[in-house]
Design a protein around this ligand. Structure first.
Ligand SMILES: Nc1ncnc2c1ncn2[C@@H]1O[C@H](COP(=O)(O)OP(=O)(O)OP(=O)(O)O)[C@@H](O)[C@H]1O
Ligand SMILES: [Mg+2]
Length: 618
C-alpha cells in the first residue's frame, strides 16, 4: 500500500523517521531574525514552569489542610485550615491559569509555523519540475498538504508543551511520593510508570501502520475524486458515473477498513493503559491503608498519597494520549515534508546571469539549438541532434508530423526540461547560465492547449503582466481579435471563463491566450499551433495581428497548417526528432521533398474548403 502511494506522489526518502520530521520543525520554533517570536517561546516556557510548580504544590497544601482539620489540631480554630484552603484554591487557579496563558502566548508562534510551512510547501511545489507535476495527482498532493498542516498544529500543541513537562512532572511527583511516604511506594509507582510507558511506546509504534494506511487510502480516494470531477465531461460522454463511483468507493472501503483497525487498536491501547494504572493505584492504596491502620501514616498522608497518585494518573493518561496524537501528527506531516524534500530537477546555477525580459527594454534575442539531444525517458530519445539558428528578430517555423518533437523544442527553450546533450543558447549564452525567472520572463508562449484560470477574462489577460491597466489589456485584446467578442458579452471583461476556461469556445480561449502573451511583451515569441482552433477567416485576421506583433520579435512558430508559415525566414521540417529539410517556402517547394508533398496535400484540402465555402455562400 505504502509503496503504491509513494510512487503515486513520487516522494523520495520513504524511510524518513519521526526524528527527521521533528528536526525539520525545530527551526520554525526558534525563528531566526524574529525576536518577538523567540521571546514568546521564552515567556510560554516560563508560564509552563509556573503552571507545573503550582500543580505539584496543590496536593501538599491540600494534605496540610486535611491534617489541620484532623481532631488533634482542633484547638487551633479555623484560621490555619482556612488559610490552607485559600492557598489551595489559589494554586489550583494558578495551575490552570498559567497553562491557559501559556497556550495564549504560544498561539501566534504555532500558527505562524503552520503558515510558513504551508507557504513553503506551496512555493516548493511551483519550483518542482514539469516532470513531477505531470505525474502528481492534484487531489492527493493537496490532501497531503492539508493533513500536514493539521499535523504540525497537533505536534506543536502536544510535543513542545506537554510531553517534556509531563515527563518532568512525573519525575517530580514520584520523588515527592518517595519523600512523603517510603521507598516501597516509590518503587511500585515507578515500576507502574515504567511498565505503562514501555507498553504505550511499543503498542503505539505497532499501530502507526494503520494510520499510515489510512493516510494512503485517504490520499488515493481524494486523488480519484478530484481526477474524476476534473474529467466530468468525459465521465458523462461515456456514461461512466457508476464506474467512477465504484472506483471511489473502493478507495473509501479500504480507508474504512484501515480507520476501523486504527480505532480498535487505539481502544485496545487505552484499555491496556487503564489496566496498568488501575492495578498500580489499587496496590498503592492498599499499602497506604495498611499504613494508616498500623498507625505509621496520618490520614493527611493517606490523602496526600492518594491525591498524588490521582495526579500521576492524569498526566500519565494524558501522556499516552499525547504520544498517540504526536505519532499520528508526525505520520501526517511526514508526507508534506517529503514533498518539501523532492529535489528541484531544473536548478539555477550559482551566479546565474540575468536575461532582460521585455522587448520595450531590449532588442529581440537570438536563439540557437546546437546538436540538441533530448528524451523524456532515457530509453526513448525524442530529439536526435537538432541544430538551427534564429537570428534576432527573425521568424523561424517548425513543421512536421505529429509527435515529431515540435512542442518538445519549445519546452526545452522554456527550460521545463534540460537537454540531455548539446545546448540551447540565447544571445550566445547557454540558457542554463541564466536564471529561470529571467529566462521565462523573456519568452512568451502561446501553448498548443490553452487552459485558463477560473476567473474573469480581464484577470486571464492581465495574467500576462500583473498590474496592467485596462487600456493595456484592451490594446492586447484588440490585437488578438478578441476585444469585440468580449465587448459583446453581457459582463464584458468581467465575464467568468469557468473551470480551466471551458465556458469559452476553443477559438476564444486561444485568442485570450494570445492577448495575454502580447501583454507580456516578450523578446522571444513561441507560437505553438496558436491559431489551430480558429476558422480560416479569423485565422487570417489574427495572422496579420501576429505578424505585426512578431515583426520586431524573434519568433518560433510551430504549425500544422502550412499556409500560416509561408512568410517565415526559414522553415524547418522536423520528422522523427531530426531536421530533414530546411529553407524558405520557395526553396522547399523547389526541393520537392517532404515539405512539397505536405504542401500539395494541404492545397488540395484548401481547394475543397474553398469549394465548400462557396457552396454555403451561394
Ligand atoms: N512529458 C512527457 N513524457 C514522456 N513523453 C512525452 C512527454 N511529452 C511528450 N512526450 C512524447 O514526446 C514526443 C514528442 O512530443 P511533442 O509534444 O513534442 O510532439 P509534437 O511534435 O508537438 O506533436 P503535435 O504536432 O501532435 O503537437 C511524443 O511522442 C510524445 O508522446
Ligand atoms: Mg505539439
Amino acid at each position: 500500500m505504502r509503496v503504491m502511494n509513494t510512487s503515486r506522489l513520487k516522494l523520495p526518502g520513504a524511510n524518513r523517521g519521526s526524528a527527521d520530521t521533528i528536526r525539520s520543525l525545530l527551526p520554525y520554533l526558534w525563528p531566526k531574525g524574529d525576536p518577538q517570536a523567540r521571546s514568546r517561546v521564552v515567556v510560554a516556557s516560563a508560564l509552563l514552569i509556573l503552571a507545573k510548580v503550582a500543580t505539584v504544590y496543590v496536593p501538599i497544601v491540600y494534605s496540610h489542610a486535611v491534617d489541620a482539620l484532623s481532631p488533634k489540631h482542633n484547638n487551633l480554630a479555623l484560621v490555619i485550615p482556612a488559610a490552607m484552603i485559600v492557598a489551595y484554591g489559589l494554586l489550583r487557579v494558578g495551575s490552570a491559569g498559567f497553562a491557559e496563558l501559556r497556550d495564549a502566548v504560544f498561539a501566534s508562534v504555532q500558527q505562524r509555523t503552520v503558515r510558513s510551512v504551508a507557504l513553503q510547501t506551496f512555493e516548493h511545489m511551483h519550483r518542482l519540475s514539469m516532470r513531477f507535476h505531470l505525474d502528481r495527482q492534484t487531489g492527493g498532493v493537496s490532501r497531503a498538504i492539508e493533513r500536514g498542516s493539521a499535523g504540525i498544529e497537533q505536534v506543536l500543541r502536544f510535543a513542545v508543551f506537554n510531553i517534556v513537562p509531563t515527563l518532568a512532572e512525573l519525575v517530580m511527583v514520584t520523588v515527592i511520593l518517595w519523600r512523603v511516604s517510603d521507598w516501597r511506594f516509590a518503587v511500585v509507582t515507578f515500576a507502574a510508570v515504567a511498565v505503562y510507558i514501555a507498553f504505550t511506546l511499543a503498542f503505539a509504534t505497532w499501530r502507526v501502520r494503520f494510520r499510515q494506511r489510512m493516510n494512503d487510502k485517504d490520499t488515493e480516494a481524494q486523488s480519484k475524486a478530484v481526477d474524476s470531477l476534473l474529467n466530468y465531461e468525459t465521465v458523462k460522454y461515456f456514461g461512466n458515473e457508476a464506474h467512477e463511483a465504484r472506483r471511489f468507493d473502493e478507495a473509501l472501503a479500504a480507508y474504512e477498513k484501515a480507520a476501523v483497525k486504527s480505532q480498535v487498536t487505539l481502544n485496545m491501547l487505552n484499555l491496556g493503559q487503564a489496566a496498568i494504572i488501575s492495578a498500580a493505584l489499587a496496590l498503592v492504596m492498599l499499602m497506604a491503608a495498611s499504613g494508616v491502620v498500623h498507625g505509621t501514616m496520618s490520614v493527611g498522608k493517606f490523602v496526600l498519597v492518594n491525591t498524588y497518585l490521582m495526579q500521576l494518573y492524569q498526566p500519565l493518561n494524558f501522556l499516552g494520549f499525547a504520544y498517540n496524537t504526536i505519532k499520528q501528527g508526525l505520520v501526517d506531516m511526514e508526507q508534506m515534508f517529503r514533498l518539501l524534500s523532492v529535489e528541484q530537477e531544473v536548478q539555477d546555477r550559482p551566479h546565474a546571469l540575468d536575461l532582460a525580459g521585455h522587448l520595450t527594454e531590449q532588442p529581440p534575442c537570438a536563439v540557437e539549438f546546437d546538436n540538441v539531444h533530448f528524451g523524456y525517458q532515457p530509453e526513448r530519445e525524442i530529439l536526435k541532434g537538432v541544430s538551427f539558428k534564429v537570428p534576432a528578430g527573425h521568424k523561424v517555423a517548425v513543421v512536421g508530423p505529429t509527435g515529431a518533437g515540435k512542442s518538445t523544442m519549445s519546452r526545452l527553450l522554456f527550460r521545463f526540461y534540460d537537454v540531455t546533450s548539446g545546448s540551447v543558447r540565447i544571445d550566445g549564452h547557454d540558457i542554463r547560465d541564466y536564471t529561470q525567472t529571467s529566462l521565462r520572463a523573456a519568452i512568451g508562449v502561446v501553448p498548443q492547449d490553452t487552459v485558463l484560470f477560473n476567473d474573469t477574462i480581464r484577470y486571464n489577460i492581465a495574467y500576462g503582466r500583473p498590474g496592467a491597466t485596462q487600456d493595456q489589456i484592451e490594446h492586447a485584446a484588440r490585437l488578438a481579435q478578441v476585444h469585440d467578442f468580449v465587448q459583446g458579452m453581457p459582463d464584458g471583461y468581467d465575464t467568468r471563463v469557468g473551470e480551466r476556461g471551458l465556458k469559452l469556445s476553443g477559438g476564444e480561449k486561444q485568442r485570450v491566450a494570445i492577448a495575454r502573451t502580447i501583454l507580456k511583451d516578450p523578446r522571444l515569441l513561441i507560437l505553438d499551433e496558436a491559431t489551430s482552433a480558429l476558422d480560416t477567416r479569423t485565422e487570417r485576421d489574427i495572422e496579420s495581428a501576429l505578424r505585426a506583433v512578431s515583426a520586431q520579435r524573434t519568433t518560433l512558430v510551430i504549425a500544422h497548417r502550412l499556409s500560416t508559415v509561408v512568410d517565415s525566414d526559414e522553415i524547418l521540417v522536423l520528422a522523427d526528432g531530426r531536421i530533414v529539410e530546411r529553407g524558405t517556402h520557395r526553396d522547399l517547394l523547389a526541393q520537392d521533398g517532404v515539405y512539397a508533398h505536405m504542401w500539395a496535400l494541404q492545397a488540395e484540402q484548401a481547394e475543397i474548403e474553398v469549394a465548400e465555402q462557396e457552396a454555403v455562400l451561394f
